[in-house]
Ligand binder design. Structure first.
Ligand code: AMP
Ligand code: MG
Length: 417
């Protein structure tokens, strides 16, 4: 169904804004996980999303081995009364195992990671021994199985080590290498085409004339898209001109799974994005009860998901992080994970009017023995980008809440790396 922006009261202030929660619901109902997957080598797999479960075909460790430098022995040989001396019959180094089996009264010198010989079951660390020629005297009690790393104690052959949907991190790559997996099947990257809109925008490096500004949103978007692990397609700056915008919309939707624009999303006379989306595609919503970020447009453009972000730089970041990023994660094949939020005490009064959910920018500190504390970064205008530069978290204030007094508990959401 094509909903004409004008018919839903795009120009008016009467239409009630959607809650962020229902906006997210609408987004999650609309998006699909990319179907295609590809094989990548481990060295290229960091940050990619597994398309299939990975089952280990081997035990890790593959062999029962020593956790310490010392002597491998048969524990029963240490049971005889009085001091115990054993005959050192060989050595086992990492990568160079001792191939024989131990007889009564024998032991082998062993290094960390080296295979434990047949019939040995215990390691005595070298600090607890006295070596005399080819004999070694034990100088401390030991328990059976001391310092033995059993084959398969980390990973058992046949178990799922990483499940489909996993975003691969450093420890995962190490784990995959340890089971001898050279490459993995991952989801293809979601493709996102993005552009800025506005007659006042000039690229960095261009000389500004009266009333012109540098286009900063494309740079923050570029970085945020990169961090989200998608393939991004930069379509530059598009003028506030319906014909130019129509052409850019069509090109973006043809090349990508998702189209992200900034600017021109509001109700001003040069704000065309909602109308053009209604004309060429479908508008799902265009007005969300959040601050910053009220004029946030979502819909479909041909086969692509469309996000029309506001123009103000802080609004771009907040709407991207709260709405676009979770959508991209789901499309990439990750299971939805709600944002990590917890409570901290406000270090100063926070001004707020009821009616919109707010994402103020804060500096969170956690000192041992004290409650976590969060302070505002100061002026919170949606054009004040350095309110984000200075921050390490959002202070998330409910739609209905009013101002917060110093010392009150508030919800914080730390920025992800
Ligand atoms: P708009 O939503 O187009 O009315 O833009 C709202 C505000 O954000 C205006 O002050 C614009 O100049 C500013 N703005 C829009 N796009 C950008 C951009 N790409 N970079 C920096 N500021 C922008
Ligand atoms: Mg504009």
């Amino acid at each position: 169904m094509v909903v004409k922006a004008t018919s839903v009261g795009c120009g008016g202030h009467h239409a009630s804004a959607m809650t962020l929660e229902s906006a997210l619901d609408a987004v999650f109902k609309s998006v699909h996980v990319v179907a295609e997957s590809e094989s990548v080598g481990l060295m290229d797999a960091s940050g990619r999303i597994l398309a299939q479960d990975v089952v280990s075909t081997t035990n890790v460790p593959g062999h029962t081995n020593s956790a310490m430098d010392g002597y491998a022995l048969r524990w029963e040989d240490t049971r005889s009364p009085g001091s115990v001396s054993l005959h050192v019959v060989g050595e086992s180094f990492a990568g160079h195992p001792y191939t024989g089996a131990l007889q009564a009264g024998e032991c082998v010198r062993i290094m960390t990671g080296a295979v434990i010989p047949d019939s040995a079951d215990t390691i005595v660390i070298q600090e607890d021994t006295q070596r005399n020629g080819d004999m070694v005297e034990l100088q401390a009690e030991c328990r059976q199985g001391d310092h033995v790393r059993l084959a398969g104690e980390d990973i058992r052959a046949g178990t799922v080590v990483l499940a489909a949907g996993r975003k691969l991190r450093a420890a995962d790559l190490g784990l995959l290498a340890s089971i001898g997996v050279p490459d993995v099947q991952v989801k293809r990257k979601v493709k996102v085409a993005y552009f800025s809109t506005g007659d006042e925008l000039r690229a960095v490096g261009e000389v500004l004339e009266n009333g012109q500004i540098h286009d900063s949103n494309r740079y923050t978007l570029h970085a945020m898209l990169g961090a989200a692990g998608v393939e991004s397609i930069d379509l530059g700056v598009v003028r506030d001109d319906p014909a130019a915008l129509r052409a850019a919309f069509a090109m973006a939707a043809e090349r990508a799974d998702v189209v992200v624009t900034s600017g021109g999303a509001s109700v001003g006379e040069a704000d065309y994005v909602t109308d053009i989306l209604a004309e060429l595609g479908e508008v799902s919503f265009w007005n969300v009860a959040m601050k910053p970020g009220r004029p946030l447009i979502f819909g479909k453009l041909h086969g692509a998901e469309f996000f029309g972000l506001p123009g103000n730089p802080v609004s771009v970041m907040v709407t991207f992080l709260q709405v676009v990023r979770p959508a991209l994660a789901v499309m990439s094949g990750e299971p939805y994970a709600p944002p990590l939020r917890f409570r901290a005490r406000a270090a100063s009064k926070l001004h707020k009017k009821p009616g919109r959910m707010e994402f103020q920018r804060g500096v969170l500190t956690c000192h041992e023995g004290a409650d976590p504390s969060v302070d505002s970064t100061g002026r919170q205008g949606s054009g004040i980008l350095h309110s984000v530069n200075q921050a390490n978290c959002f202070i998330v204030l409910d739609l209905d809440s009013g101002s917060v007094e110093k010392g009150d508990w508030v919800t914080v959401e730390p920025f992800l790396p």
